[in-house]
Design a protein around this ligand. Structure first.
Ligand SMILES: Cc1cc2nc3c(=O)[nH]c(=O)nc-3n(C[C@H](O)[C@H](O)[C@H](O)COP(=O)(O)OP(=O)(O)OC[C@H]3O[C@@H](n4cnc5c(N)ncnc54)[C@H](O)[C@@H]3O)c2cc1C
Length: 271
């Protein structure tokens, strides 16, 4: 089978923290198709592409021209039609992410033309509140949702609960803080799991997003405890967090959503 052409280019790259970067990707000679905030794209690079030097060593590829492809949530607004933004974590033992980390503006890569996924707000009734819970780069689909549909205006409350190891790993923090300042319909609650490694004392929540949920911090911000009758919850990122949070929510009466059995818990597991 012929190797698919590298049909896109990196327009911008920014380093959020060691092992975390934001890539803006533009199609080359074709138009981006429509997508719903929360959906994902597929990125690819040939096995011959260089790997980030800090990543684990790998055997020389047997098929250097073969594309390595992985899914990445789109972080940009679905109204931004010129580029797609991705928030990528370096997995040291991984195949594609150490290669994506070597990309610089102007470098070519492969971008799948179809954007898919059911992790969207499409099936959330407009009067329901939306709670967006993420670990690490799992914040990406929520950035697309919040950038496309700015909170405020209706009665819906939205909140982001974002967990990371360190404060500097909380990607999009300044944008989310600014959003919170701009409307009383939106709450941003970051939580870090390694406060002892901070350079300046961290005076906010510590532990995991599960601890944050149990702490009642959201109840204090919203003035009520979210219930299945009034709130849909999105869970994205580390599968252990997704499973634990889903179990906690199910014990409170929330149901995992599927097309056949509508519920209030929407999940996206990254691995
Ligand atoms: C729908 C969907 C959306 C995704 N969106 C994003 C995104 O926006 N940003 C992003 O960085 N990743 C995202 N991922 C994960 C991504 O597809 C890759 O799995 C990831 O980049 C690792 O790829 P790799 O080839 O480097 O490692 P692989 O060779 O595929 O994986 C090696 C092993 O690393 C583990 N692993 C995979 N991802 C991670 C991780 N992030 N942290 C720790 N361990 C991991 C797994 O156990 C895996 O078996 C998404 C996955 C899915 C299914």
């Amino acid at each position: 089978m012929a190797t698919p052409e590298l049909n896109a280019r990196v327009a911008e790259r920014s380093e959020v923290a060691p092992g975390l970067c934001i890539l803006r990707v533009v199609p080359e000679g074709w138009e981006l198709s429509d997508f719903l905030p929360g959906q994902f794209a597929v990125l690819g690079l040939p096995a011959s592409a260089p790997r980030e030097p800090f990543a684990d060593l790998e055997e020389p590829p047997k098929e250097p021209d073969k594309l390595i492809r992985r899914s990445y949530s789109i972080a940009s607004s679905s109204k931004a039609r010129e580029y797609l933004e991705f928030y990528v974590a370096l997995v040291h033992s991984g195949s594609l992410s150490p290669r994506l980390f070597m990309l610089r503006p102007g470098d070519p890569l492969w971008l799948g033309r179809k954007f898919t996924g059911l992790f969207t707000l499409a099936e959330v009734p407009p009067e329901r509140n939306v709670l967006l819970i993420a670990t690490g780069t799992g914040i990406a689909p929520y950035m697309s949702m919040l950038r496309t549909h700015a909170p405020g205006g209706g009665t819906r409350r939205s909140a982001v609960l974002h967990g990371a190891r360190h404060s500097w790993d909380l990607g999009y923090r300044s944008e989310l803080l600014a959003l919170q300042k701009g409307t009383d319909h939106f709450t941003y609650l970051p939580v870090i799991s390694r406060p002892e490694e901070e350079f300046d004392p961290w005076r906010q929540h510590t532990g995991y997003v599960q601890d944050l949920w149990r702490s009642g911090a959201l109840d204090a911000a919203w003035g009520f405890h979210p219930r299945p009758e009034d709130t849909h919850v999105f869970l994205c990122g580390n599968p252990a967090m997704v499973d634990e949070m889903s179990a906690i929510l199910q014990a409170e009466g929330f149901i995992e959503h599927s097309r056949k059995a509508p519920g209030q818990i929407h999940v996206e597991r990254y691995w």
